[in-house]
Write a protein that binds this ligand. Sequence first.
Ligand code: SF4
Ligand code: SF4
Length: 355
Amino acid sequence: MHHYERLQKKLDQPPVGAPESEEFLEILKLLFLEDEVELALHLDFQLKKLGDIAAQAGVSAEEALEKLEAMANRGSLLAKKVEGEYAYALLPNYPGLFEYPVMKGMDEAKGKRLAELWHAYYMKYMAAELAAAKPPWLRVFPSEQALEEGEEEVEILPYEKASEMMGKAQSIALAKCPFRIVGQNCEKPLQVCLSFDGAARFLIEREMAREISLQQANKILDEAEDAGLVHAGSNNMQNLLFLCNCCPCCCHFMKLLTEHGYDQGIATSSYRAQTDDEKCTGCGICAEERCPVKAIEMVSDKARIDHKRCIGCGLCVTTCPDDALQMVKREDYQPPPANVKVLAEEVVTHKKLKQ
Ligand code: SF4
Ligand code: SF4
């Protein structure tokens, strides 16, 4: 078996998966050079120290370091210092092989080909693979402004507030949204992709993102809301890994809902929108301009919300000119797993049960 095929098999492991396909093999050929791929086969998803990798591969530490650094700098591998020594790990497809090389940037022809390949691969295989994750990888964070606007007092738990979750991070990184760079289906803002702590430090160190303050991150969230983008972060209670600001036309996770019919491809927030018929004047802004998942339709000049479709983003609430919308608690809400590790374990267990 060729080295690239062996690498594909290594990457096709739960929890995320990387199904075999011609497109994915070509993606790997763009992300790993021929003289690097053999070394990458000695890595796993857990960090492994440089000395151990070199010994296993039977090459000098200098040779291993040069190749591993080249791959990490390109966003094809994860790198982190462990006890003063560099350690490396394979990256899953999301977040990792799809996003990081695009954040880093590459020459135009290669970037164009990579975008075509990811699009084809996502349509054929990865959309179903991502949708198979139970619980979903991402959850929606409601607009905090929307939560404050209602007449009813709503209890907001700390993990439900993006600003509070971001406030716990030691490092925050800002990058361009790789989904919009690849998708090119809209002109929504690009500089809105936030990562935290370990992921943030890796992206900053490898020049895929820049460090920003909490104040700047909160400003990004406000601008994203104005532009009609949905906040969606890792679906766990403690320590956010990332916080995306998603459009329904480019984001591979939002498209599960908007194009592929996987209604539960992203976890909703713990809220849903509710209308007040007395106040609604039938302007149609919420249905036509704001709701990213088409959960609102106008019936006899009144906004009607499909509560099953509503993801609880709050984007409709903040622009209703007549205060006819508010957020209310969702009755059937299931809180997210405690942390990313538990989330991944639950996804693996669910996938095994389905086999
Ligand atoms: S934006 Fe407000 S007033 Fe306009 S249709 Fe929607 S709920 Fe009614
Ligand atoms: S109705 Fe649409 S815009 Fe309003 S909260 Fe639900 S999903 Fe968001």
